[in-house]
Write a protein that binds this ligand. Structure first.
Ligand code: ZN
Ligand code: ZN
Length: 305
């Protein structure tokens, strides 16, 4: 019971919400501290009474354990929400020119947080808003993934909201490339053939980057500044293919595919990529087999406790 009330339980509703859990734990910590402090003050106020004095000492000591407990909570929260993958089996050795992470690299998410890992048990469910307008990158990957309903097409979005300038895009890459991007920036594809020209490619829907298979390597969800957009259809592709001559007249080429969920776009300048989050697949990240994070929720018996 104590685990439940200190938000330390293994309730499935925390599986996907490490940050919420930590916030609740903090609130709980503050409340408990207040109760203990007032107990101590109360005991000290009643003078010349040895029992209350020793009670004050006991409560004081229990503060120490409370502190230890909070450090543990904090560690747990860091592990999940400020996750660092442990890369293995990379296609090439990573040679990083820079050891610090890019400021655009918002976070890595551990793959068990991905939408396809939601168990549908008690609180551990996918988002049920239809249509969902939450464009937080974490929300999309954790509570949607495959079922993600993409934003309206760029042209439609502009019609609904003429001041719109940012868009969400998805990018599949190798674990090796993702590891190096996290420390630098997203690189343009400049080796022909490049259907939409030389730039950085994104898909409008996550489903389109994944295909039907489970994802391999890494996926990135990114927020992109679109700038001036050149929209093209199938028979206009030859004006943009294998060139970046359209830049700087245009910043982005948006391809209206005849099946609209297969739209893609290509941005010419890496500066247009504002931020991203990365998820590395199970094969290339062995952090979970390493430190038992994977089995953390397996011992959950009756729902929470
Ligand atoms: Zn619960
Ligand atoms: Zn949603």
């Amino acid at each position: 019971m104590h685990r439940l009330f200190s938000f330390n339980c293994n309730c499935p509703c925390y599986r996907a919400r490490p940050r919420l859990r930590f916030q609740l734990q903090l609130v709980f910590l503050v409340l408990v501290s207040l109760v203990r402090i007032s107990t101590i003050i109360f005991c000290m106020v009643i003078r010349h009474h040895i029992t209350t004095k020793s009670l004050a000492v006991v409560v004081g000591i229990s503060f120490f354990f409370l502190l230890l407990n909070s450090l543990l909570h904090y560690y747990h929260y860091r592990e999940w929400w400020h996750y660092k993958p442990n890369f293995v089996r990379l296609e090439q050795k990573i040679i990083l020119c820079n050891t610090t992470l890019s400021t655009k690299h918002k976070r890595d998410l551990p793959y068990p947080l991905l939408g396809n890992m939601r168990t549908s048990k008690h609180g551990d469910k996918l988002c049920t808003n239809k249509p969902c307008t939450n464009r937080e990158l974490e929300h999309i990957l954790v509570f949607h993934l495959d079922d993600h309903q993409p934003q309206p097409r760029w042209s439609e979005l502009k019609r609904l909201n003429p001041s719109a300038d940012t868009y969400i895009g998805f990018h599949r890459t190798s674990a090796h490339a993702a590891a190096s991007v996290a420390h630098s920036y997203m690189h343009s594809s400049i080796k022909p053939p490049q259907m939409l020209g030389f730039g950085i490619y994104f898909a409008r829907s996550i489903e389109n980057t994944l295909g039907k298979a489970r994802f391999k390597g890494a996926i990135m969800a990114a927020k992109i500044r679109m700038g001036n957009v050149k929209e093209v259809t199938l028979n206009e592709l030859n004006i943009v293919r294998n060139t970046d001559e359209r830049h700087p007249e245009f910043d982005t080429v948006y391809y209206n595919h005849k099946e609209d969920h297969r739209d893609q776009f290509c941005v010419y300048d890496e500066k247009q990529v504002l931020k991203w989050i990365i998820v590395v697949d199970q094969l290339h990240d062995d952090k979970f087999s390493d430190n038992e994070m994977d089995s953390e929720f397996d011992d959950t018996k009756c729902y929470c406790i």
